[in-house]
Design a binder for this molecule. Structure first.
Ligand SMILES: NC(=O)c1ccc[n+]([C@@H]2O[C@H](COP(=O)([O-])OP(=O)(O)OC[C@H]3O[C@@H](n4cnc5c(N)ncnc54)[C@H](O)[C@@H]3O)[C@@H](O)[C@H]2O)c1
Length: 248
């Protein structure tokens, strides 16, 4: 097993990509800390499905945009499993494309808090635990919108671009004991699409893709597994595009 005896915190694992990663990491031997704020039932379901399948998991309710919640999350992870080896900063929210003059200020702040600040907070409180344990791995979630912006998607694309840069910045700072990498997913059919750009826009996006299909949460989970495992031991500060060719 590729993650035997590892402990992984996966934020936003009540659905979509985070849930797929939780199942895959558990299958590879990791103990999973499932984290979400909204969709608490989904989070509990992820954790209980892992346990039913013979794995080890706990659900912790936390809003990753709030320092107090993240501190409780880290304390609970240590109380349950004694260490943290892997942090997958996956929680994020999408954006309904809007002309810049109509973007609501509070929505802008929420996009940045959930997609960017959450990574700062989780890293800040997890790093001391990883250091005690001799090191660890952090995986961040960007988007192809960070590299090839979509029309009227400024807050989301620019926030994910910040995630690409903060990955390099943290990789430099936390080496050599902690590796930090990022995944830029292309279009993946999850709850975020329904709540964000919508299914019609999604279908138009897929039609333009060289690989001519939507990505699946597992497509991203497999890349995350590589970055979480020792197979990527010489990889830090990089971003992998898992995107059906959208970046070409
Ligand atoms: N689906 C796509 O096409 C796509 C493309 C590029 C990037 N991404 C990124 O992938 C990641 C996962 O998204 P998904 O597609 O699986 O969507 P999703 O909506 O299924 O999952 C998002 C998860 O984040 C959690 N979350 C949101 N705000 C939170 C908060 N404040 N605190 C704690 N948890 C919170 C939700 O509970 C949910 O579990 C996001 O960062 C998203 O931006 C998705």
């Amino acid at each position: 097993m590729r993650l035997a005896n590892k402990v992984a915190i996966i934020t936003g694992s009540s659905s979509g990509i985070g849930r797929a990663a939780a199942y895959l990491f558990a299958k590879e031997g990791a103990k999973i800390v499932v984290v979400a704020n909204i969709n608490e039932n989904g989070g509990k379901e992820t954790a209980s499905n892992i346990t039913k399948a013979g794995g080890t998991s706990v659900f912790i309710h936390a809003d990753v945009t709030k320092a107090a919640d993240v501190q409780i999350l880290v304390k609970s992870a240590i109380a349950n499993f004694g260490k943290i080896d892997i942090l997958f900063n996956n929680a994020g929210i999408g954006f309904q494309r809007t002309p810049v003059e109509n973007i609501d200020e509070a929505r802008w702040d929420q996009i940045y808090a959930t997609n960017v600040k959450s990574i700062f907070l989780c890293t800040k409180y997890v790093v001391p635990e990883m250091r005690k344990n001799g090191g660890g791995v952090i995986i961040n979630t960007g988007s192809m919108s960070a590299i090839r912006p979509r029309m009227q998607d400024t807050p989301y694309g620019s926030a994910k671009s910040a995630v690409n840069l903060l990955t390099k910045s943290l990789a430099l700072e936390l080496a050599p004991t902690i590796r930090v990498n990022c995944i830029n997913p292309g279009p993946i059919l999850t709850d975020m699409i329904q709540k964000g750009p919508g299914i019609k826009q999604f279908e138009r996006d897929i039609a333009e893709l060289p690989l001519k299909r939507a990505g699946t949460p597992d497509d991203i989970a497999f890349a995350a597994l590589y970055l979480a495992s020792d197979e990527s031991a010489f990889v830090t500060g990089t971003t992998i595009n898992v995107d059906g060719g959208r970046g070409i």
